[in-house]
Ligand binder design. Structure first.
Ligand SMILES: [Zn+2]
Length: 189
């Protein structure tokens, strides 16, 4: 039985749009990294994958709340074994940088999956390791019935991170895949 991964490409083209920085739009980066991750997982027979967005121009839902509700319902109804939500971080302080992840509870398997994903992204892209935080208030973490990790790839508002988000999208995707393999105790094919 293949392990079912729901890849949630955060935000939408215009509905529930994300952060901006250095000419980049979060919703475009999350779409691309999720599309690469979907390609990587699809070529590994041990996984089955679904994504939340059909194209870079796609929206999910018609407002913020329906956008989030549709993603979690799709994952719950499938049902997925793991839910990975892809985002870019933003801060008013342009010096803040790095990769981090959020999980519903630090006493959970999702926490360890988050740690693996963050360290494999950091290994491949050279971002700073900001670790994993418990954040039970995030909708997609609160409303999913399987281990869920929200990954903040890097800060779109930090110049060095923005270059990585622009040019190293495949490496971010591969880092998430490698983190999954590491957590599951699987070897690369
Ligand atoms: Zn976001």
């Amino acid at each position: 039985m293949a392990i079912k991964i729901y890849v949630d490409q955060g935000h939408g083209a215009s509905v529930n749009a994300g952060a901006e920085g250095f000419g980049l739009y979060e919703q475009d980066i999350t779409y691309m990294v999720g599309a690469y991750l979907s390609d990587i997982l699809s070529s590994d027979y041990r996984f089955e994958v679904r994504t939340s967005r059909a194209s870079i121009d796609a929206n999910v839902g018609y407002n913020n709340s329906s956008s989030l509700r549709i993603r979690t319902s799709e994952a719950n109804e499938w049902p997925a074994d793991y839910f990975i939500s892809i985002h870019c971080n933003a801060n008013t302080n342009p010096n803040i940088n790095g990769t981090e992840a959020y999980v519903y509870s630090s006493a959970s398997s999702a926490y360890y999956l988050g740690e693996s994903i963050v360290s494999e992204i950091v290994r491949r892209t050279g971002t700073k390791n900001n670790g994993v935080y418990q954040n039970p208030s995030l909708y997609v973490l609160r409303n999913t019935s399987m281990p869920a990790v929200l990954v903040e790839l890097a800060y779109i508002t930090n110049y060095e991170d923005s270059l990585k988000l622009r040019y190293d999208q495949y490496q971010f995707a591969y880092g998430i895949y490698a983190g999954l393999l590491d957590y599951l105790g699987l070897s690369p094919l």
